[in-house]
Design a protein around this ligand. Structure first.
Ligand code: MG
Length: 390
């Protein structure tokens, strides 16, 4: 009998966490054993999940709720820090949103374990800190993001995959749905509402990432993520708009051959891929019905209207803390847009104004990354205040 893989899930009550448990439920306890679960403060769902899956340890960041959890789950160890979930696991799924997820990434790689990474800050803002940890013996980073999971699958067959050299890779092509505003120009987009920006055509996601899809900032940040993950230069990472979100990304090789990964948009596929790697799970999430899939369209992105995409390439090429600055400035701008304080076009304006102030600094520690993030947020708030005052 094969022993089940021991899984820890940080951010278990969020979208990624809940879908991870769906995959595990479908695959069964003989394949996956949930040993640790962690949350910020959503303890009601955590308690419910823990009763179903029986972890030996749970992490609750919110101190005021910890005693309640301990009472509800007798015999389960209750800890404060989600980074403490790593110990008993073979694979850790990091579905924490924001900087709180960084410590989970660092601890998992440092412990030489497999990390299923959905926390974008870990690679985009903290790339220089996370990168060296990947060399820890046994450490393995499998992306839980549909595009990067696709690229990972396309690269597997290629010469140089094992050593990360990718000698046969000509370019990575990330696909973008184009979001709800595909085909519109800047003048038309000056007056769009929050509700319109939140109406994503193919993926159902949280408000922040949905707005990022509408500006193509999400794709830009994914370009940086791809560079960090696969070590491929920015000149060899392209973006193509593909409205159906069925081709999740592609890799073109030196002989002109392109390998693509296709499936219906369903995050449980990348989650299952990370859980099972290097094997594949047996539940077919996102399976394509070829009798109903009539067409697949592709078009180049409109770089003039969707300026955030080029901003991300620029920040990525500058490197150091520039991606952290861009990500932080964008978060502040998106919050302001969601609050009705600025229009859609001004999201890019705020990011430009903040990046203009950037002077070179390479973060060496988690503390440096958080300081860079604070700095960029403060600058972005100042930019917004100046605009409000006008
Ligand atoms: Mg994605």
């Amino acid at each position: 009998m094969v022993t089940p893989t021991r899984v820890a899930i940080a951010g278990c009550t969020g979208s990624i966490g809940r879908q991870t448990l769906e995959v595990i439920r479908a695959e069964g306890p003989e394949r996956y054993n949930v040993v640790a679960l962690g949350v910020g403060s959503s303890i009601e769902l955590l308690i419910q999940q823990a009763r179903e899956f029986g972890p030996s340890v749970v992490a609750v960041a919110d101190e005021s709720r910890r005693a309640e959890v301990a009472t509800a789950l007798p015999g389960v160890e209750v800890v404060a820090d989600q980074a403490d979930l790593v110990g008993p696991a073979d694979v850790v799924i990091n579905g924490v949103v924001g900087f709180a997820g960084l410590s989970v990434t660092v601890e998992t790689l440092r412990a030489g374990k497999r990390l299923g990474l959905a926390n974008k800050e870990s690679l985009i803002a903290a790339g220089p800190v996370v990168q060296p940890l990947r060399a820890t013996p046994g450490a393995e980073l499998v992306p839980v993001d549909s595009e990067h999971c696709a690229v990972h699958q396309c690269l597997r067959s290629s010469e140089g995959f094992a050593d990360g050299a990718h000698r046969e890779v000509a370019r990575i092509v990330l696909t973008a749905s184009g979001g709800p505003f595909r085909g519109r120009n800047a003048a038309q987009l000056a007056t769009v509402t929050v509700e319109q920006a939140l109406a994503h055509p193919t993926w159902s996601m949280g408000p922040k990432i949905t707005i990022d899809s509408s500006t193509l900032m999400n794709k830009g940040l994914e370009v940086i993520e791809a560079h960090e993950l696969f070590g491929v230069p920015y000149d060899q990472i392209d973006v193509v708009v593909h409205p159906q979100s069925v081709v999740h990304s592609m890799v073109e090789f030196t002989d002109g051959s392109t390998i693509a990964q296709l499936s219906m948009p369903d995050m449980r596929l990348p989650i299952g891929y990370a859980l099972g790697y290097p094997d594949r799970i047996t539940t077919p999430f996102g399976r394509i019905d070829w009798s109903t899939l009539s067409r697949l369209d592709f078009e180049p992105p409109d770089h003039e209207t969707f300026r955030c995409l080029n901003l991300a390439y620029e920040a990525g090429r500058v490197g150091g803390a520039a991606p952290a600055w861009l990500s932080a400035a964008n978060e502040v701008a998106v919050e302001a847009f969601l609050a009705g304080l600025i229009n859609w076009n001004q999201i890019a304006d705020v990011c430009v104004a903040v990046l203009d102030e950037y002077d070179v600094a390479v973060p060496g520690t988690v503390g440096d990354v958080i300081a860079a993030d604070d700095m960029a947020r403060r600058l972005a708030s100042e930019v917004l205040e100046r605009r409000m005052a006008k």
